[in-house]
Write a new protein. Structure first.
Length: 298
């Protein structure tokens, strides 16, 4: 099951809620259905839960009994009775007739809770969301540009800030920012899906942080190793040329320790002196040793 399907399944398990919210959610489903006109309403979905929820809402809001039918791997719920169609369109505030236009009637969404219910219905019928393992993306596909602008306005009034674009014969309202996708899913009742996306983002950020740390530490180790190898090579060349006597007595302990501990960092090497010395002090001694080695032809 895709993440979109799981999200819709979660939404379909949500309680139906207050009568005004049931009306608003059903409005979102039917307004975005494949057919919504005076000739008939047809709701089609690959998700059986969406059709069952639509049937429950029709019975709750308009006392209309409708049974989903299966055809071509998809389930379809159809309403053709003129009496039922008239009852539905009147309930949504439309004049029943062939001049129906696809505009959002905000009067159906008078209460704050109703906007979330409407958007839940719209997502169930026309929405999709990418899984946490993919690039963040949530969209609503809308066939009518005026309706797209009105739904966009509803979202903005609800504190949600989507983007919009035109693609082929439809309009898209979409989100790409993870935080806004989480906000939208939480608002419409898919808090589980929102948490899954949030957890995946935290895990990804943590993994990236660990990778950056590992890369930084690896780079530091390589840098330390390269510096140590240069120092040892210069020391060994000078010793081969003139023996330990080429180095002043106060540097000979440093020479011995550098050769004895080739993998040690400056901090580790400084701690091995008796008594221990500081990193700047050790760095100064090593620079003197390299200058002496260079003078000896090392």
């Amino acid at each position: 099951m895709t993440f979109s399907a799981e999200t819709k399944a979660e939404l379909c398990r949500a309680p139906l809620g207050r009568p005004c919210c049931c009306l608003a959610e059903l409005y979102g489903i039917l307004l975005f259905a494949p057919a919504f006109s005076d000739r008939g309403i047809r709701v089609s979905s690959a998700h059986t839960g969406v059709l069952r929820r639509t049937a429950l809402l029709l019975a709750r809001v308009f006392q209309i009994e409708a049974e989903p039918q299966t055809a071509g791997g998809r389930q379809t719920l159809s309403i053709d009775s003129p009496d039922h169609l008239r009852r539905i369109f009147t309930g949504f505030g439309y004049d029943f007739g062939p001049s129906i236009t696809w505009h959002l009637n905000r009067n159906v969404l008078e209460n704050d809770c109703c906007a979330a219910a409407f958007l839940r219905g719209a997502f169930l019928m026309a929405g999709s969301v990418a899984g946490p393992d993919k690039k963040s993306h949530l969209e609503l596909k809308i066939s009518h540009s005026p309706l797209s602008r009105e739904v966009m306005s509803l979202m903005l009034d609800s504190g949600i800030s989507p983007r919009s674009t035109e693609r082929a014969a439809c309009s898209l309202i979409y989100f790409k920012e993870t935080a806004r996708i989480e906000d939208f899913l939480t608002m419409i009742g898919a808090s589980g899906a929102a948490i899954a996306i949030m957890e995946a983002k935290v895990e990804k950020d943590l993994r990236n942080h660990v990778n950056r740390q590992v890369n930084c530490e690896t780079a530091n180790l390589l840098k330390t190793s390269a510096a140590s190898q240069r120092q040892i090579a210069a020391i060994e060349a000078a010793l081969a040329y003139g023996g330990i006597e080429v180095f002043p007595e106060n540097l000979r302990e440093t020479v011995d320790l550098r050769v004895a501990y080739p993998e040690a960092s400056l901090a580790e090497l400084a701690a091995k002196f008796s008594p221990p010395i500081s990193k700047p002090g050790l760095d100064h001694r090593l620079k003197r040793i390299l200058r002496i080695a260079a003078q000896q032809g090392g």
